[in-house]
Design a protein around this ligand. Structure first.
Ligand code: GLN
Length: 201
């Protein structure tokens, strides 16, 4: 199994580490460039995207992360992590920085106040059974470029039709938190993106 890093500046790091360990992956909590360098894949957790970007800058990690993501490191971003992977953010904080990588526009805190947090079954491309999606002040994807594969949309309620999971090449992102509740199938999709060559190194 590959070594998977979890960006550990802020956010729900522990839950992702647990989801990856259930798959038998070695895990690294990434706070420094040398920790990033040993990873075959990376998870950007949920939390606060502005705080994470700010901490990444002060830890000297922002540019190494941008280079890793642009350079082909398989990466899964969840919730705040989705925002970090977006090329464009609507309703972001002033001067909000991202890593970019996925040709998409995300709307931060998109789900309205009443449904700021909700849970529900999400049907996701590549998985036979729906995922239990936990949405917490989650973004949605407003718009994607032609190279982006839509993996999931909300299928009921006011937000029906909104895109909540995408993949572009080696990069994957979900609006929801797939790491809670003992299900590691979305993390398995990330592991599947790791090429055998990088595993053997
Ligand atoms: N609202 C948060 C942000 O904008 C994301 C929430 C989450 O990750 N649960 O960064």
């Amino acid at each position: 199994q590959p070594t998977v890093g979890v960006l550990a500046l802020q956010g729900d790091v522990r839950e992702h580490v647990a989801a990856l360990e259930r798959l038998g992956c070695a895990t690294v909590r990434v706070r420094r460039p040398d920790e990033l360098a040993v990873c075959d894949a990376l998870v950007l957790p949920g939390g606060e995207s502005t705080t994470m970007a700010r901490l990444a800058r002060s830890f000297g990690l922002l540019e190494p992360l941008r280079e890793a993501v642009a350079g082909g490191l398989p990466t899964l971003g969840t919730c705040a992590g989705m925002i970090l992977l977006a090329e464009r953010v609507v309703d972001g904080a002033e001067g909000q920085e991202t890593l970019g990588g996925i040709d998409m526009t995300v709307r931060r805190n998109a789900f309205g106040r009443q449904v700021a947090s909700f849970e529900g079954a999400v049907t996701m491309a590549g998985l036979d059974e729906p995922v239990h999606g936990v949405f917490i002040r989650a973004p949605w994807v407003e718009e994607v470029g032609p190279g982006v594969e839509v993996l999931a949309r909300v299928d009921h309620g006011e937000a029906a039709g909104r895109i909540v999971a995408v993949r572009e090449g080696h990069l994957m992102a979900t609006s929801f938190h797939p790491e809670v509740g003992g299900d590691s199938r979305v993390h398995q999709l990330l592991v599947d993106l790791v090429r055998p060559r990088s595993r053997a190194e």
